[in-house]
Ligand binder design. Structure first.
Ligand code: HPA
Length: 268
């Protein structure tokens, strides 16, 4: 099926007249914030043409539109991942729909493994930059010049002003570089040491495709990673990690993340 963001917006408008200014993407185990949205209209992804359903555990697949910290927001409770088998245009379709709907700021969250030995599980890390280590790019193929340039500049992708706002709300935030891998297996210790050697502080299986699409569209981007496990690959410190552990730790960090996002949205 051809992916048409305007058709998706038309379907959303049959359910709500709201015009959100911010989109918030909630990652693994981080969906609780959606319950704090007031006067909420909940639209299952299945009701939006072109919008695929998330199959990942801890991702419940609905768009929650309403008020958070006094602002009109669109919260995506659950995202689509490349590892689920979706191709990149499907993974970033929700971002393109948000832009077509008039949203110009996106806040992305995820669960990640900590590569920086100073981190610990439960830490929140602002993304200051990323390394795209996924085997595909959402901008591959014909470029629609009306949406953005063929060769987007990636310098300053993570909006400085939004990061400063986040740090003013939660001064204990970590900041670092996120490397995106395709998954779904967690990395081998050798891969983790390599990723650390490349300069990354955290590793995960999401976010970067959406960030690339948002940048192409000229949107303002804030991204916050929840460190759910230490993934240093250092001999003597190697731990097993499971999907269940990731969700459990992310859920525990969810209250702090929720407070941070509400604080940031209030200041937008
Ligand atoms: N690796 C990749 N993705 C992840 C991890 C990890 O250790 N933890 C949570 N998401």
């Amino acid at each position: 099926m051809a992916l048409d963001p305007l058709a998706a917006v038309a379907a959303i408008r049959t359910r709500t007249a709201a015009n959100p200014s911010v989109a918030i993407v909630l990652g693994s185990g981080l969906g609780r914030l959606a319950d704090d949205v007031m006067h909420a209209t909940r639209i299952p992804y299945a009701g939006i043409p072109g919008w695929d359903r998330s199959t990942a555990p801890g991702h419940s697949g609905e768009l929650v539109v309403g008020t958070l910290s006094g602002k009109t927001v669109a919260v995506m409770k659950g995202r689509l991942h490349y590892y689920e088998g979706y191709d990149m245009p499907a993974v970033v379709f929700p971002i393109r729909v948000c832009k077509a709907w008039g949203i110009d700021t996106v806040i992305l969250t995820n669960a990640c493994g900590g590569l920086n030995p100073k981190f610990k599980p439960g830490d929140l890390m602002l993304l200051e930059d990323h390394i795209n280590f996924m085997p595909a790019n959402p901008l591959r193929g014909p470029n629609d010049e009306r949406l953005g340039p063929r060769f987007p500049d990636m310098v300053g992708t993570y909006t400085e002003e939004l990061r400063a706002t986040a740090k003013s709300v939660d001064p204990d935030l970590r900041e670092g570089i996120y490397v995106a891998v395709s998954g779904p297996n967690f990395e081998t210790p050798a891969e983790l040491r390599m990723l650390r050697g490349l300069g990354a502080d955290a590793v995960g299986m999401s976010t970067v495709p959406e960030v690339i699409a948002a940048r192409h569209l000229g949107m303002r981007v804030l991204a916050i990673a929840t460190v759910t496990d230490m993934a240093t690959g250092i001999p003597g410190q190697i731990e097993h990690v499971s999907g269940e552990q990731v969700i459990e730790v992310a859920e525990r960090a969810g209250a702090r993340l929720g407070a941070l996002i509400k604080g940031v949205v209030a200041k937008l």
